[in-house]
Every structure is written in C-alpha cells, then in structure tokens.
Design a protein around this ligand. Structure first.
Ligand SMILES: CC(C)(COP(=O)(O)OP(=O)(O)OC[C@H]1O[C@@H](n2cnc3c(N)ncnc32)[C@H](O)[C@@H]1OP(=O)(O)O)[C@@H](O)C(=O)NCCC(=O)NCCS
Length: 253
C-alpha cells in the first residue's frame, strides 16, 4: 500500500469509495435520507461534488494497493483517499492537475451543473430543505475562523474492505506531517465515526454544531503543530515508509 497524488482519472473511483464509505455517515443520513431509494442519484451527486473539490484545487491524496497486497489483484486499486485544503495555499499540488479544457472552464461548467441540479431536483436522494438549513447553520457558525492559518482535512474515507488496517491513520498523518512543515495546525469537522481516529492522533475538540431538527452534530477538532503524538501513535516503520514514499518529500528524510 502506498500514497500518491490523486489524478483526474481517479475521480470516479474516489467518488465510489466516498459514496460507499460515507453511506451511513451522520451528515449523509441527515442530508440524503432518500439515498436507499435513489442510490444512482446519490452516487452522481457524490461524483459531482468530488469533481468540484478537485477542480477547486483541494489536494487529493489516494492510498493504493500494490501487487504484493494480500488481495493480489495484480493492478493498482484505490482503497482510500483524503482531500486537503489550507488557508495559505501551501497544500496545492505543484503543478496543479488540469483537465484538457482547463480548470477554470471546468469550474464554470460545474457551477452551471450545480445550478441545474438544484433547480431541477436532479438529486432525488437529498432533502433540499435540510440542505438549505445545513448551509445556513454552517455560514452562521464558521468553525475555524479563530484559527486563521490552518490545514483542513476536508474528506477522509477508506473503502469498507480496507478499514481498520491503518489506512485512515496514514492518510491523516500525511497531512499532519505536511502542515507541521509550515508550522500550521490541522483542523477537521468530524462526525461521530471519525472522532475516535482524530482523538487517537492528538486532535482536541474545539466546537460543535448541532444539525437542526436532528440528533446529529458536527464536532470541530484541531491539532496544533509541535503537539506530542500520543505514545501509541509513534510512527511505525510501515507508516514511516509510506510517508517517505518517493511520491512525496518527507520532512523526516
Ligand atoms: C474513519 C475512517 C476513515 C477510518 O479509517 P481506517 O483505515 O479504518 O482507520 P485506521 O485503521 O487507521 O484506524 C485508526 C483508529 O481509528 C479508530 N477507528 C477507526 N474506525 C473506527 C470505527 N469504525 N469505530 C471506532 N473507532 C474507529 C480506532 O481507534 C482505530 O484504531 P484501532 O484500530 O487500533 O482501534 C473509516 O472508518 C471510514 O472511511 N469511515 C467512513 C467515513 C468517515 O466516517 N470519515 C470520517 C468523517 S469525519
């Protein structure tokens, strides 16, 4: 297993993993209560949002299996991914991945697609009223406005078949290492499922948003640079070798 930069070709696979891994996520349960009735529509929406993130310049890191993996598929398989962004722009890949048509044009087309989706009710799995409330609550309660400069873990998902094998930790550690090179804290808006993982990596809770008319909430978590790792999270040789993979410059090398 190793990490590499995500590419345009990875987007459909990343969308599939995100859609599957986050199927029972609390925010998804809240926003897309009809996803079981309209799975295709739900998946299309996830693909749309994945493309939006990618062309907006969020940094996509994918974890891929290799030949020597137990599954022995003989080809590279994406097993998990993370989208990262940061307030200083240091997380952007160099050079930026581009589509044939150019990122600005892609963003323009995606904006039109978004408007079309919204007004013509394309995403049947979603509850539009909840969506609107959700964005209102978020805009009224900006999570990390006090932490001016930071790296943010926007999405983290590992395919269910590869969970609890350290992949989520590895994808998270990648961003923590990069952020610490710039002396920046890492923040994440965590749902219930992710909180254990973030706590384990030394993140502390710093805020909470309750979703309107539901029992679900979102927890703001932050980890400052220089904060000691919990003792059981000292990088294992396996983790170090992943972080030092040739695709990336590693601070420890
Ligand atoms: C959360 C997620 C990314 C973790 O990925 P992973 O590869 O399984 O994580 P790791 O194997 O590195 O697990 C590290 C630690 O996180 C915690 N953890 C991971 N999954 C957990 C779960 N389902 N329940 C409770 N704790 C969990 C555990 O403390 C675990 O350590 P342990 O296995 O020694 O007990 C993965 O379960 C996932 O994709 N979930 C759905 C999407 C999601 O919830 N994303 C986060 C939204 S904020």
């Amino acid at each position: 297993m190793h990490l590499r930069e995500g590419t345009l070709e990875d987007i459909p696979y990343v969308a599939d993993i995100g859609c599957e891994a986050l199927w029972d996520d609390e925010i998804v349960q809240y926003l897309a209560p009809n996803r079981a009735d309209y799975p295709r529509s739900h998946r299309d929406n996830y693909l749309y949002r994945t493309k939006k993130r990618f062309f907006a310049g969020d940094r996509l890191i994918v974890a891929v299996t290799e030949d020597e993996d137990e599954a022995r598929t003989g080809k590279e398989t994406i097993a998990g991914f993370a989208f990262w962004s940061d307030t200083k722009g240091t997380s952007k890949p160099q050079p930026l991945p581009t589509s044939i048509l150019g990122n600005r044009f892609e963003q323009f087309v995606l904006r039109i697609e978004g408007t079309y989706r919204w007004y013509f009710n394309i995403d049947r799995s979603y509850n539009k009223l909840r969506f609107a409330k959700f964005w209102q609550v978020l805009s009224e309660n900006p999570f990390f406005e006090d932490i001016t400069h930071h790296w943010e873990l926007e999405v983290l998902a590992v395919h269910p078949a590869y969970q609890r094998q350290g992949l989520g930790s590895t994808l998270l550690s990648w961003g923590m290492v990069q952020a610490s090179r710039h002396q920046l804290p890492v923040v994440v808006a965590a749902t219930h499922n992710g909180k254990h993982l973030y706590r384990k990596h030394g993140f502390k809770e710093c805020g909470r948003i309750d979703l309107p008319d539901s029992a679900f909430s979102w927890t703001a978590m932050v980890r400052y640079p220089g904060q000691a790792r919990p003792p059981d999270m000292d990088p294992s040789p396996w983790l170090s070798s992943v972080l030092c993979h040739t695709s990336f410059r590693c601070v420890d090398c």
